[in-house]
Design a protein around this ligand. Structure first.
Ligand SMILES: NC(=O)C1=CN([C@@H]2O[C@H](COP(=O)(O)OP(=O)(O)OC[C@H]3O[C@@H](n4cnc5c(N)ncnc54)[C@H](OP(=O)(O)O)[C@@H]3O)[C@@H](O)[C@H]2O)C=CC1
Ligand SMILES: CC(C)=CCC[C@@H](C)[C@H]1CC=C2C3=C(CC[C@@]21C)[C@@]1(C)CC[C@H](O)C(C)(C)[C@@H]1CC3
Length: 471
């Protein structure tokens, strides 16, 4: 019997959200982000380095803040461009690009379990057609194996050639920032253009709620498409956002840390206990995140946010370059912690990790296996009209985002080893507090839209947002 030909359906473009609700100060905020976020990364380098000092110790040194910017006050854009060009380093670009290509090839070559993600699309994004309701995508889980392979390669290099090859990461740090920014802009432009092309079976791409406003620059920054992929085949697992979410940023971060530790070893002849603590705790955090790779599929980044400049910059530049500041600081300004100092650091890390992992694990198990699973015995929850259940006891009964508090305590524990000589190594916990408070507000808004009155009831039961009795 011959198959009936599929009728050709005229493709309609998904219209922009009729009432866009701008975040991040709308389009002007989006433009500012493209300029200010890279400048912060450069600024953290230029204001904290050997031979200059780390704010405020050498504040009045002449080549502090972004050296060449502002030399001719009428042409900031030219200064910015000249500054950017002056940081270009071909060797650093080759290294960063090789790293990216390696991760890409490893994704396909290294075996891994294929898992299904959460339902994609929804309110305010692409209206879901019948065949796309309950639409779930597949993903491959092999990030930890990629890290293990890279760690083995690193160990072999260290054994045969010593720390010397890794000093490159310290010496070419500024070039690596520029290389990561080129990748950031390249990837963001690509996914923005890609979002306008129909997918393989002629259907409109699934767009994000926030990044489909019709204002080009805003959509470019927030991310127009929800899950950019090369193929729309149900068996395809390569998802650009998912690939970038855990690999370049997190793996790049700990390799940069390692390079900073090699530098300290090179100049000091040993590794200080503060450097060892930063290295150990941050590596532990990364390994833990990669170990729980599939848990990322239920985070806001994957389920709700589009993939655009903001996330690409966060993962390709901001995370590796800024989160490695503590290790870079210690490479230039070593600190030897006293026993009390070390105990405070260890206690903060342990409490933070315990809250972070057990709270995230509790929600993950509850959502994945359901309320009746023995693992979730004794946990109280409330039913909602959407069918989803909300936990009201255990960690999720103490505050609505208690997991953020644990994460923040760990961030603090990674800065404390740097001592108190400069506030700059505390950039991470300070920025992170702002990010988490803002993220909590965004999530609250999302949940309010989704659960309506049920969410109000939930908030009456669980009163605190992040820290019980404080906020
Ligand atoms: N290191 C870093 O730079 C960063 C780390 N993070 C970390 O990433 C992790 C994930 O964060 P994020 O995605 O923001 O949010 P969460 O993991 O906190 O998830 C929030 C979602 O969980 C569901 N939920 C809320 N309350 C309940 C409840 N009581 N019971 C069951 N489900 C509930 C809701 O989704 P639903 O619609 O399914 O109900 C809500 O939207 C956090 O631990 C955070 O600290 C985040 C940003 C940056
Ligand atoms: C405006 C601005 C500076 C934005 C940058 C934000 C990004 C750096 C973060 C947004 C959400 C993130 C997450 C992680 C890293 C930082 C960014 C990208 C994360 C991958 C860290 C490891 C965790 O275990 C995680 C997987 C839960 C987490 C996901 C969110």
């Amino acid at each position: 019997m011959s198959k009936r030909p599929t009728p050709v359906v005229a493709r309609k473009r998904t219209p922009p959200n009729p009432n866009p609700e701008y975040e991040f100060l709308g389009p002007p905020g989006a433009v500012a982000m493209c300029i200010v976020l890279p400048l912060i990364t450069y600024g953290l380098y230029y204001n904290c380095r050997a031979g200059f000092g780390c704010i405020p110790a050498y504040w009045d040194s002449k080549d502090g803040f972004w050296p060449s910017i502002g030399s001719s006050p009428t042409s900031y854009h030219k200064d910015l461009w000249n500054f950017f060009v002056s940081t270009w380093d071909f060797d650093a670009f080759k290294v960063y690009s090789t790293f990216m290509v390696f991760l890409f090839v490893a994704y396909f070559v290294i075996p891994g379990k294929v898992v299904e993600g959460a339902v994609v699309g929804g309110v305010g994004g692409t209206p879901l057609t019948k065949d796309r309701s309950n639409y779930k995508l597949k993903y491959k889980v092999n990030a930890l194996r990629t890290l293990v392979l890279m760690a083995l390669m690193t160990a072999a290099t260290l054994y045969t050639q010593g720390v010397k090859p890794f000093l490159f990461l310290y010496e070419h740090f500024i070039g690596l920032i520029t290389a990561s920014l080129i990748w950031t802009f390249g990837v963001s432009i690509f996914v923005y253009i890609w979002s306008f092309l129909p997918d393989g079976d002629g259907q409109e791409k699934i767009l994000s709620c926030g990044g489909n406003t019709g204002t080009k620059v805003y959509d470019f920054v927030l991310g127009r498409e929800l899950n950019p992929r090369f193929s729309s085949s149900p068996d395809s697992t390569f998802d650009i956002k998912y690939f970038i979410e855990l690999r370049p940023g997190l793996i790049g971060w700990i390799f940069l840390n390692f390079g900073m530790a090699c530098q300290q070893y090179h100049t000091l002849g040993r590794i200080s206990n503060s450097m060892a603590a930063v290295l150990f705790f941050e590596t532990f955090y990364v390994v833990d995140s990669l170990w729980n790779e599939s848990a990322v599929l239920t985070t806001m980044d994957i389920t709700t946010d589009g993939f655009g400049f903001m996330l690409a910059n966060g993962l390709l530049t901001w995370l590796p370059m800024n989160y490695s500041l503590q290790a870079r600081f210690l490479a230039d300004f070593p600190v030897d912690m006293s026993l009390t100092h070390a105990l405070i650091v260890i206690a903060t890390q342990c409490v933070g990790y315990y809250i972070f992992r057990s709270a995230n694990g509790q929600k993950d198990n509850f959502r994945r296996y359901g309320a009746d699973h023995p693992m979730n015995e004794g946990l109280k929850y409330m039913e909602t009209k959407t069918g989803s259940k909300l936990l009201i006891s255990g960690w999720w009964g103490t505050a609505r985002h208690i997991n953020y508090f644990g994460d923040w305590l760990m961030a603090l524990a990674w800065s404390l080893p740097c001592g108190l000589s400069s506030p700059l190594p505390y950039f991470y916990p300070i920025y992170f507090a702002v990010l988490l408070i803002h993220r909590e507000l965004r999530d609250e808004e999302k949940c309010h839209k989704k659960y309506g009155k049920d969410w109000d009831k939930y908030c009456e039961t669980v009163r605190w947002r992040i820290i019980p009795y404080v906020y």
